[in-house]
Design a protein around this ligand. Structure first.
Ligand code: GAL
Length: 710
């Protein structure tokens, strides 16, 4: 999120007062946000908790009872309308807001704030019947049709016109309604690729703006290869790997397709936000991204007030073995907190799994305690708004096997619904007992940035070179390695100040500009500790190899040359040695030769490159730079090398097992445990435990303060 409108207004207001020689009282008052400020509506230091309700899915006679029960359970807001377009505009141009008026009024009477949504993710049947072009076209040329959601063509002018018309109508009716707290645009925006004529046209326009001349595009896309050169933009086709195979197409064209998709989604959201803003005041605007965004890049949207994400941790994966499948994927929430907190001063978790879901390949029950643990984890990671999807268990329809806060009778709490609402009260009772704005020095010394770019991620996925390469697990390995130290972790982008983080990890940061390499060097020379991992610095920002020695862009910085790289077929593994320790690898190995003054940390132990370096480090100025060139099977070597960087820097660290995390918020330390084994935590002598037990059992929460509660 690049634009923080509300913050900017306050800053400008403050500067004006200072410039006009305002009195001390006026200056002090200027620091306080105005009454309708975002900070007043959604304080970054608190967590407000709500639940989704779908009035259109239940008899109107039950709305009042349901909303009253939601409020009694302790929720402070509800969420309406992201899939209700057919009820809002039952026929083209004929709007019906009467039912929504009633639902909003009943929520208000119950004491609940309302989040309203733009309904763009699911359109009424009349629209597709009259204007089939509103639907996207798949990779195989099939036009999608009515009957589900999120199959729309975001580039289609007709669809966009319908969206903007209903957004305007909603804004005009509710944009100044104090019962409406804020807005969610769309639902999990932008997941699908679109090969419609509208997308084709929009892609050409996007390319023309980016490249200006067709020669520049041909140069970047490697038009000299296989006669893929174009004479004019009108000839350029949306690259479609299903026709040819991904490795048979220009990787640079595919990278631009990924950028175009993400820009299209961001622009679609921004246009909705701008329109809504013209018709609203004192209400915030967000969207609900998925926790892991593969095709959508939340950083590309500049017009939302903050971002939120959705999260369903128990959906069949069993990353840490044992009972961990029922505690949830251990990296999802941890990384989402590190990522979404980096987008602005506040963020939300718009959908948290309330219990068993319906859509995974296997849908197990979350373990007792899991929902509570996620809620505490979300709180401790800084979430300002937490909502669960959904209040009632549906009795029919595609998600009828999806649990809610209450069960199929509409009134009895589900097992996990009870856990959710008990925890809501538990957090409300414990969190306010402590308050401190100052990050403890021991944590500040460990603060770690993770350099992340969707462009780099897409490029790696487009040319993985081995089916064993998966960028997401590679990233997970390094975020987990950092979290074993107990460090606060934040994602950063190239334009951020690296100096805010004593440690900076750039996993597989393949595409680099000379400016980035210089920024890394300056950061290290000033005392930062930089960790690069396999495939870093191999390409330029277009995704080309520079005409220089391979890896030459970073050789000087890391004090080593990348001689070659290797990857192994299924079932084959080789060894890397660190002292007496031997580790197996098969996914990726950058084979390094260290220059003078560079320390070799690990060596390949077999094959043609036995004795060559697999990981190196060097001091540079006041800091250090390490290049870990191998991806081992169990990641133990990498974790130990990452930990060593902190230790050598003289920074005290924890020794947490995988899946045990410690977060700190407002003076409260919270530890959670996704690991199937208990964790014995080492608490400081002055720690006062406010919740839970040490050792920390799987799925449990331990909260303590190192200062006296007030
Ligand atoms: C989310 C989606 C919701 C609902 C939910 C079910 O991904 O945003 O609308 O379908 O999954 O778990």
């Amino acid at each position: 999120m690049s634009a923080f409108r509300w913050a900017a207004v306050i800053v400008i207001h403050t500067l004006c007062l200072l410039a006009t020689g305002a009195s001390a009282a006026e200056k002090a008052a200027a620091v306080e946000p105005p009454a309708t400020s975002l900070e007043t509506q959604l304080p970054a230091s608190k967590m407000q908790i709500g639940v989704f309700y779908y009035p259109e899915q239940w008899p109107q006679a039950q709305w009042s009872r349901d909303l009253g029960n939601i409020a009694k359970l302790g929720f402070s807001f509800t969420h309406y309308g992201e899939f209700a377009w057919t009820y809002l505009e039952p026929d083209e141009g004929r709007f019906d807001f009467a039912w929504l008026d009633t639902a909003i009024e009943l929520a208000h009477k119950a004491g609940l704030k309302v989040i309203l949504c733009s309904p763009s993710a699911a359109v009424p049947s009349w629209m597709g019947d009259r204007y089939p072009e509103v639907y996207r076209v798949t990779e195989s040329g099939q036009r999608q049709a009515h009957g589900t959601r999120a199959e729309l063509s975001l580039s289609n002018p007709r669809y966009r016109a319908f969206v903007f018309r209903i957004v305007k109508a909603l804004g005009e009716r509710y944009g100044r309604d104090p019962r409406v707290w804020g807005w969610q645009l769309d639902n999990e925006p932008g997941s699908f690729v679109d090969y419609s004529p509208s997308a084709q046209q929009a892609f050409r326009t996007w390319l023309q703006q980016r490249y200006k001349t067709i020669d520049a595009l041909n140069e970047t896309w490697a038009g000299s290869f296989w006669s893929t050169r174009y004479r004019r933009f009108s000839e350029v086709r949306l690259p479609n790997p299903t026709l040819a195979g991904e490795d048979k197409m220009s990787p640079h064209a595919l990278l631009d397709l990924a950028r175009f998709r993400a820009d299209t989604t961001a622009q679609f959201l921004d246009a909705q936000a701008e329109l809504l803003r013209q018709h609203s005041s004192g209400q915030w605007i967000t969207t609900n991204y998925t926790n892991v965004t593969t095709a959508t890049d939340p950083r590309r949207s500049g017009k939302l007030d903050f971002a939120t994400f959705t999260l369903y941790p128990v959906a069949g994966a069993n990353v840490l073995g044992g009972i961990s499948y029922a505690l949830g994927n251990p990296t999802r929430l941890m990384e989402a907190l590190a990522y979404y907190s980096s987008l602005g001063p506040r963020f939300g978790l718009m959908e948290l799994q309330p219990g068993q879901v319906n859509w995974a390949s296997v849908n197990p029950q979350p373990a007792a305690g899991a929902v509570r643990m996620w809620m505490w984890h979300a709180y401790a990671g800084g979430t300002a708004l937490l909502s669960t999807y959904r209040y009632r268990h549906p009795l029919r329809g595609a998600e009828m096997y999806h649990e809610g806060i209450v069960g199929t009778d509409g009134v009895t709490l589900s097992r996990t619904g009870k856990e959710f609402t008990d925890t809501l009260r538990e957090i409300g009772a414990i969190a306010p007992q402590v308050h401190s704005d100052a990050l403890p020095a021991v944590l500040a010394a460990r603060r770690t940035g993770l350099l992340w770019s969707h462009d780099v991620y897409w490029d790696l996925e487009i040319q993985p070179q081995t089916t064993q390469w998966q960028t997401w697990p590679h990233r997970n390995l390094y975020t987990q390695a950092v979290k074993t130290t107990g460090a606060p972790l934040r994602f950063v982008r190239e334009s951020d100040r690296f100096d805010d983080y004593p440690f900076l990890v750039a996993p597989a940061y393949q595409m680099v500009s000379p400016q980035l390499v210089q920024k890394w060097r300056d950061y290290v020379e000033r005392g930062g500790h930089l960790i690069l991992t396999p495939r870093s610095g191999h390409k330029d920002v277009r995704g080309h190899f520079p005409e220089a020695r391979f890896g030459g862009a970073i050789a000087e910085l890391i004090g080593a040359d990348i001689e070659q790289f290797d990857m192994l077929p299924e079932g084959v593994s080789r060894q890397v040695r660190r002292g007496e320790q031997v580790h197996a690898w098969h996914r990726w190995a950058d084979v390094l030769s260290a220059r003078d003054g560079t320390e070799v940390l690990a060596l390949y132990a077999d094959h043609d490159y036995a004795g060559k370096a697999a990981a190196v480090t060097r001091r540079l100025g006041r800091g250090s730079v390490s290049y870990i060139g191998v991806w081992t099977d169990d990641g133990a070597l990498e974790r130990s090398l990452v930990r060593q960087v902190y230790q050598r820097a003289g920074v005290a660290i924890e020794d947490l097992p995988l899946g045990t995390y410690i977060e700190w918020r407002n003076g409260l330390y919270v530890a959670v445990n996704y690991n199937p084994a208990p964790t014995q935590l080492t608490l400081p002598a002055q720690a006062k435990i406010l919740l839970g037990n040490n050792p920390l059992a799987p799925g449990q929460v331990l909260a303590w303060t190192a200062t006296a509660p007030h």
